[in-house]
Design a protein around this ligand. Structure first.
Ligand SMILES: *[C@@H]1O[C@H](CO)[C@@H](O)[C@H](O)[C@H]1NC(C)=O
Ligand SMILES: *[C@@H]1O[C@H](CO)[C@@H](O)[C@H](O)[C@H]1NC(C)=O
Length: 194
């Protein structure tokens, strides 16, 4: 009777593996599916998606979502904070209030790259959790002159429903605390994708 027992164990083990695979697929397609998607691409229509959300960059308090990971060692402190790097995992919400429904997170870093004037180098992935875009991402890579009213940054790619995305993100500061550096920034994104 040892054999059926072993078979049952193997079946159970396979079931475990299968459920792990199913879970993985909920997040991203396997390479064959991605390949098949590209094969059908010549018949696909380009779509345009507009997104509007608020980005909460919190440096202060017990639970900061932006932390300093590097800064320059200079004899004089740079007025533009040149050399500073902050790693972020900032919540993105529907409205400007921190309690507003969460639509995703902005993960990545921004670095102070301007010597003469404040200019942030943004290297940020927007990871959406709202039902229609759950698990899909958009990547921002660009120049953010944070003291200007409107900052335009390139959307350089995406995943999930945003595969092959290109577009523009426009940021406008909604709230800024000069003491703490905490900021709430309004983002409008227009992306073309398939
Ligand atoms: C988003 O996907 C995750 C796992 O992929 C799931 O746990 C979650 O319930 C989904 N959320 C929505 C709003 O669909
Ligand atoms: C800015 O932060 C400081 C320190 O937490 C706080 O005392 C002050 O009220 C804040 N200002 C605004 C406008 O929220």
């Amino acid at each position: 009777m040892a054999k059926p027992c072993l078979t049952a164990m193997v079946v159970a083990a396979l079931a475990l593996v299968a459920s792990a695979v199913t879970l993985a697929r909920a997040e991203a397609d396997d390479p064959e599916k991605v390949d098949a998607w590209f094969t059908r691409l010549s018949h696909a229509e380009r779509k345009t998606t507009r997104l509007h959300f608020y980005f909460h960059d919190t440096l202060s308090g017990k639970n900061p979502t932006a932390v300093r990971v590097a800064e320059a060692t200079m004899t004089e402190k740079s007025p533009t904070l040149f050399g500073l790097v902050n790693m972020i995992d900032d919540p993105l919400t529907e409205g400007p209030e921190p309690e507003s429904p969460l639509v995703g997170r902005a993960q990545g870093f921004y670095a102070s790259a301007g010597l003469e004037s404040l200019g942030l180098h943004m290297n940020v992935n927007l990871i959406f959790i709202s039902p229609e875009y759950n698990g899909s991402t958009l990547s921002i890579l660009g120049h953010n002159p944070a003291l200007e009213t409107y900052r335009e940054m390139p959307i350089i790619g995406g995943t999930g429903v945003f595969r092959l995305a290109s577009g523009v993100a426009t940021a406008k500061t909604y709230f800024f605390n000069l003491t703490t550096g905490d900021a709430i920034v309004e983002y409008k994104v227009i992306a073309m994708h398939y």
